[in-house]
Write a protein that binds this ligand. Structure first.
Ligand SMILES: *Cc1c(COP(=O)(O)O)cnc(C)c1O
Length: 407
C-alpha cells in the first residue's frame, strides 16, 4: 500500500473541483462537516426525484418503496456499527438529538436526587448541556474526569470518580478539539462495575475508524450523518435492546404509538417508539449510501491515509518554532489543533482562509476544555479521505503567512 492509499478519492467530491475565489479549495474542516461524495448526492437526488413518499403509512407502491428503503438504511447502519439487530438503531437529527433523547427519556425515568452523571473535561457542549439540564431538574450532579496536558484522559484517580452513585457515564469516543481517542471499552467496564450505563459520543470516531458497539459493550452510541459524508439533519442513536425496551418515549406524535385513545395511549415497539412524526427519509437513505461509500474505500486504506496526513502535518507544523500543538496524545484521529504563540486563533484562521485553506478557529464547542487548558481557542485542521500531501503543504504555507502577518 502506498503512503497515501486514497490519493484518487478527491475526484469523488464535486465541491473540491469547484474553484473558490479563483483558487483550489483546501478543505481541512471535516471535523465540522464531511464533504459529500457523488454517490450520496445522487442517492438523495434519486429519492427526491423518483421515490418521494412517506414511510410506514401509505397503502400505495411509492410509500412501500420508501418504507423499504428507510428500513434498509436502518439495516445498513446496524451492520456498519455491528449492532445485533436493526431494532437497536434509532434515527435522529444527529448526535445532539441522540444525546438529548437519552438524557430526557432515560434520565427522567432513572435518575434521582444525588445521582452522578460522569463526563470528561474534553466533552463537546452537546454531551454536557443535555446532562446539565436533566441534572438540574432532578437534583443530580454532573462531574467530569480530568484531562492531562497532552490531551489524554487522566485515569490515575479513576476510583475517586467511578463511585456507586454514578448512574451514567457519558464520554466522547474521540475529541473534536484534541483528536484524542478514548479507551471506551475500558470506560465501559469501569461504568458497568459500579452499576452505571455508558453513552458514547461517536461524532468524531465514526468516519475515522471502525466501530463495533458489541465489542465495546456500550449501552448507547450516538453519531451524525453529516460527519461521515452523509446528509444534514440525520443521525443515529444505537441502544442496547433491553435498555431501550425499558425506556419510555422521548417525543409524542404519529408513528410512535400502538393505540391512541383519549382514555390513554399505548406506545409502539422500539425503535419506532423513539421516532415520532415523519422522519428524514432522504437523510436516512443518503446516510446508508455514505456508509457504503466508506465500506468501498475500506478501513485499512482510510486509516493509513489519514495517519499519513496527520503525521506529515504534525511533523511540518512542529518545525515552526512559534507553533504550539494542542493535543499530542499517541492515539488520535486525524485532527491537529494548534496556536501561534501571541496570535489570536481567529486572526490566524482568517488569514488562512484568504489562502483558501479552510480550517476552524475558536473553542470548537468545548469551552470547559479550553478553560482547563488555559487557552481561549485553537486553530484546528482536520483531515479526511480526499486530502493530500499537497493540502498539508498549503496548510503549512498558510500558517507561515499568518505568522509573518501577525507576529
Ligand atoms: C460535531 C460533534 C457533536 C455534535 O454533532 P451535531 O451533528 O451538531 O449534533 C458532538 N460531539 C462531537 C465530538 C462532535 O464533534
Amino acid at each position: 500500500m502506498s503512503e497515501f492509499p486514497l490519493s484518487k478519492a478527491r475526484v469523488d467530491f464535486p465541491l473540491l473541483t469547484n474553484r473558490v475565489r479563483g483558487k483550489n479549495l483546501v478543505y481541512l474542516d471535516s471535523a465540522a462537516s464531511g464533504l459529500k461524495p457523488w454517490p450520496v448526492i445522487e442517492r438523495v437526488g434519486h429519492f427526491l426525484t423518483y421515490q418521494t413518499s412517506n414511510v410506514h403509512r401509505g397503502a400505495h407502491f411509492l410509500s412501500d418503496q420508501a418504507t423499504v428503503a428507510y428500513e434498509q438504511a436502518r439495516q445498513k447502519v446496524a451492520e456498519f456499527i455491528h449492532a445485533p439487530s436493526p431494532s437497536s438503531v434509532i434515527f435522529t437529527r444527529g448526535t445532539t438529538e441522540s444525546i438529548n433523547l437519552v438524557a430526557q427519556a432515560w434520565g427522567r425515568a432513572n435518575l434521582k436526587k444525588g445521582d452522578v452523571i460522569l463526563l470528561t473535561e474534553m466533552e463537546h457542549h452537546s454531551n454536557i448541556v443535555p446532562w446539565q439540564m436533566i441534572a438540574k431538574e432532578i437534583g443530580a450532579e454532573v462531574r467530569a474526569l480530568p484531562v492531562k496536558p497532552n490531551g489524554d484522559l487522566d485515569l490515575s484517580r479513576a476510583d475517586d470518580f467511578f463511585t456507586p452513585n454514578v448512574k451514567m457515564v457519558a464520554v466522547t469516543h474521540a475529541s473534536n478539539t484534541l483528536g484524542t481517542i478514548n479507551d471506551v471499552a475500558l470506560l465501559a467496564q469501569k461504568a458497568h462495575a459500579v452499576g452505571a450505563l455508558i453513552l458514547v459520543d461517536g461524532a468524531q470516531m465514526i468516519a475515522n475508524h471502525p466501530v463495533d458497539v458489541q465489542k465495546l459493550d456500550v449501552d448507547f452510541y450516538a453519531f451524525s450523518g453529516h460527519k461521515i459524508f452523509g446528509p444534514y439533519g440525520i443521525g443515529v442513536l444505537y441502544g442496547k435492546k433491553d435498555v431501550l425496551d425499558a425506556m419510555g418515549p422521548y417525543q409524542g406524535g404519529g408513528s410512535m404509538i400502538s393505540e391512541v385513545a383519549f382514555a390513554g395511549t399505548t406506545y409502539h415497539d422500539v425503535p419506532f417508539r423513539f421516532e415520532a412524526g415523519t422522519p428524514n427519509i432522504e437523510g436516512a437513505v443518503g446516510l446508508a449510501t455514505a456508509l457504503e461509500y466508506v465500506q468501498k474505500l475500506g478501513w485499512p486504506a482510510i486509516e493509513a491515509h489519514e495517519k499519513a496526513l496527520l503525521d506529515l502535518a504534525t511533523q511540518k507544523l512542529s518545525e515552526i518554532p512559534e507553533v504550539e500543538l494542542v493535543g499530542t496524545s499517541a492515539n488520535k484521529v486525524a485532527i491537529l489543533s494548534f496556536n501561534l504563540k501571541g496570535a489570536h486563533p481567529s486572526d490566524v484562521g482568517q488569514i488562512m482562509d484568504q489562502e483558501n485553506v479552510a480550517v476552524r478557529a475558536g473553542h470548537h464547542c468545548t469551552q470547559p476544555l479550553m478553560k482547563v487548558l488555559g487557552i481561549t481557542g485553537t486553530v484546528r485542521a482536520s483531515f479526511s479521505v480526499f486530502n493530500s500531501a499537497a493540502d498539508v503543504e498549503q496548510l503549512v504555507k498558510a500558517v507561515i503567512k499568518a505568522k509573518e502577518m501577525l507576529l
